[in-house]
Design a protein around this ligand. Sequence first.
Ligand code: IFM
Length: 480
Amino acid sequence: MEQSGVSRRALGALALGGAAMGLSGCEGAHDTDLNPKSRQFPKDFTWGVASAAFQTEGAQDVDGRGPSVWDVFEKVPGHIKDGSDATVATDSYRRYQDDVDLIAGAGLDAYRFSISWSRVLPSGEGAVNVAGLDHYARLVEALLAKDIEPYATLFHWDLPQGLQEKGGWKDRDTALRFADYARVVVDRLGDRLKNYIILNEAAVHAVFGHVLGEGAPGLKDEALLGPVIHHMNLGQGLAIQALRAGRSDLQVGTTMALQPCRPAGGPWAIWNRLASDGLDALWNKAWLDPLFKGTYPKDMDEFLKGVVQDGDLAITRQPVDFLGVNYYAPAYVRLDLNAPGKIAVAAPPKGSELDAFGRHIDPSGLFEVLDRVRRAYASPKILVTENGCSDAFSNGPAVLNDQFRIAYLRRHLQAVLAAREAGCDVRGYFEWTLIDNFEWDLGYTSKFGLVAMDRKTGVRTPKASYAWFKALAESGRLPV
Ligand code: IFM
């Protein structure tokens, strides 16, 4: 996948069926930057950084944690680009206080981390592992002690392997087990942990884990798509209900990887539009519509045949306190009759500015998804729960004077300001990520952090972007 340049990271997009994917250029790069009238964020705007358990914690066999699908996937030769694994990662299970000190040192208001389901319930269901929950209680307390608001994601792709072996998200039962897990978390932590993000980028887990085989559980079966999508949506609805039943004082939301889907131009533009609409349905609407409207887009009918039961859509439709939006780049799409779903990835327009992954750097795409959510879903409160960029792939040390990252963040934050001026209710921004960590199938070759880490010693070194982000969070003023 990596050589063909059509992986998630290469284009920030997807195709159904890797083998059939190819590249074709989109016509005409356009102006990507936005010019907000004001460069000042409001005083109560939330500034944070985001992370995920599997990418940071390490300590996989410590204190009774059970294996997740990613523990199994990372051990298969060839799955991880540099042959590495996440057994140590940023060692954050042990060094969480160092992380908290860095977050406090940057003057940030919030930390988004994820809870490892298999630390809490080692086989995904049944007996609770108190030692696992204790870790998150310690982390939450350490954050609160420094006036940092914890935001916990309940599912960031690390399904307990025990549940995968029973069918995983393909099966309805996993949705019910997910709600049980949410209940366990809120019972133990709900008195201190007030902000919950139910799912992280469920589209990525559904497509890359179940159709393209590039992420755990490593399956390549297009028929799984409908059941996995629906059971994740159902599990999300049930988990929201479980949290709300547990306590009435929580802020509950969910995070989606929203991407504008843009058709490749040229003589096939009309057909490419069909493919890009198909991708939009699958990638964006199949998650937004069930949550906000209790419906699925028409294009999902084929995939969902026989999956949705009576009453399910009343469960998927839940009031949320905020929507988390993760944005990196738009997706360019073309029709390919040989590709499953007839959807294939196209290259960004000629002349586009590309990031280290070859993805189009396009802050206007962030404006576009924020404004779309405002218009189509009754303007919910929004948190940008991830945005950021990587160094060029390398096994070597991180770039400490990371001016390219500062420019990327500045330009995307201009888009956030412009979206606010257009009426989008964006209340916060979480940069991805605090420390260079285990970037899934890319191992440690891809570095997104504001802070570098020496993997031999664990020593953390802030980059130029850390100081830049600190100045921004403290003043709320975006430099030109
Ligand atoms: O590292 C990932 C994260 O886990 C989910 N969103 C995208 C990030 C960068 O690829």
